[in-house]
Design a protein around this ligand. Structure first.
Ligand code: FAD
Length: 284
């Protein structure tokens, strides 16, 4: 069975970061991913940088997938962005609500991702494959798991083709989520989002912000390594590879890696999984 592989980048702020990303991408190209995606700052804060990287990826012969967040945006602004995506030959979009930085007013015409999905479908028909976000451990602002599930189903019914999950380290959360949405009649593929572990402190900060759980056994072990980067790397590789193995064995249709713009951990995980190179975009 072909396992879908996608890899996510964020747009660096500096010319040096951009150059480094180009190098990391060239290494990841050996994996022949189905697509590379590029995040989009809420309120359009990274718009120009996201576009620039998407163009570079497309020029390298890969399927380039921009994220598009709608909070703080107007329908006119989103329409213009969709036209630009079309002109670039983009075929897939990750459609999100986004989070405005605290203190920034929530001005804008779209409030939730389901409204963005509905608008993209109304404006562009089937021109884009629409990917949405899913939360196996539930979105941190959700009133209840049931409410989050209903909201997810609404977003899919609005026209989503596929979902990528927030990262998690507990495979049962993913299987439980998939079971719940299948019971609710949702059949789209749910691709698990995988976060390789580079630094415990960064991971802990991210996880607190986005509501992803680091299980106690992992947290305690990672904490015990303090600044021992090699031990963190070795433990993280073992834990994340085992998670991926369990997910794929349990029927996950693919893997989406949050790369943090770094290639080496993803290359090693794929090597351990025996998935070094599969079908997809042309090799460089
Ligand atoms: P929604 O699906 O709109 O859900 C947000 C919350 O509102 C949930 O609690 C939900 O239950 C509730 N809700 C949803 N619809 C309704 C409704 N109609 N009425 C009432 N409540 C509702 N952020 C960025 O800024 N840029 C990125 O590029 C980016 N990429 C991401 C990629 C992935 C794969 C993931 C998982 C997340 C990404 N994020 C990104 C983060 C994301 O924007 C945040 O998690 C955000 O808080 C929620 O976005 P969403 O699209 O899931 O929102």
């Amino acid at each position: 069975m072909n396992t879908e592989l996608s890899i996510e980048f964020f747009p660096p702020q500096t010319a040096e970061g951009l150059l480094k990303l180009k190098g990391e991408r060239a290494r990841l190209a050996a994996l022949k991913p189905d697509f590379f995606s590029v995040t989009y700052g809420a309120g359009g804060s990274t718009r120009a940088r996201t576009f620039a990287i998407v163009k570079e990826i497309a020029a390298e012969g890969f399927d380039a997938v921009p994220h598009l967040s709608c909070v703080g945006s107007t329908y006119t602004g989103i329409r213009e962005t969709l036209e630009e995506f079309s002109a670039l030959g983009i075929r897939r979009i990750v459609a999100l609500r986004g989070d405005l930085p605290s203190g920034m007013a929530e001005a804008g015409e779209l409030r939730y991702a389901n409204e963005l999905v509905e608008f993209i479908r109304a404006e562009t028909g089937d021109a884009f494959r629409i990917i949405v976000a899913a939360y196996p451990e539930w979105h941190p602002q959700a009133k209840s798991p049931e409410a989050d599930l209903r909201n997810f189903v609404r977003k899919v019914r609005a026209g989503a083709d596929e979902a990528i999950t927030q990262y998690f380290y507990n495979a049962d959360a993913y299987f439980h989520f998939v079971e719940k949405i299948r019971d609710a009649g949702v059949e789209i593929p749910i691709i698990p989002g995988i976060m390789p572990i580079v630094s415990f402190h960064k991971l802990a900060r991210f996880s607190d912000a986005c509501g992803a759980d680091i299980p106690r056994w992992m947290r305690r072990q990672l904490e015990s390594y303090a600044d021992d980067v090699e031990s963190i790397r070795a433990f993280g590789l073992d834990a994340v590879t085992r998670l991926c193995e369990r997910l794929l064995k349990g029927g996950a249709p693919g893997l989406h890696f949050y790369s943090m713009n770094q290639a080496s951990l993803i290359l090693e995980i794929q090597r351990r999984l025996g998935l070094e190179a599969q079908s997809g975009a042309p090799a460089q």
